[in-house]
Design a protein. Sequence first.
Length: 134
Amino acid sequence: MNEEIVTRIQQVIDFYGLTVSAFADEIGVQRSSISHLLNGRNKPSLDFVLKLITAYPEVDLYWLLKGEGSFPPATIESKQNVDENTTKTIAPPIVPSETESITSKGIGSKTIKTKQIALFYTDGTFEVFNPKKD
């Protein structure tokens, strides 16, 4: 039974295209514990299983423990496939020159000044740009 769980853990690692050390970092365990687990030296603890399903909620607990059901669910695509087909293009911010102003459309001739621009990235990070003060 231990070997079957380890095989399913390896499937999760492979599905996301992670190295063993990256997987350990993602779920918040020591890298050596993953290595010992995959080599059959240790069995997965309850804490390990909970960390795995917390970090990857699409992994079905029943499938992980018993092998019943399926992984990956049909509704998700491999993160590795998504990353291979996605490019992150970051365009420089468009800032009006000192003599230009941004006017809103549909509100007449009211002049609106930009207060702040925020870019949110899919990895959870963000950048905030503030225009120069007059």
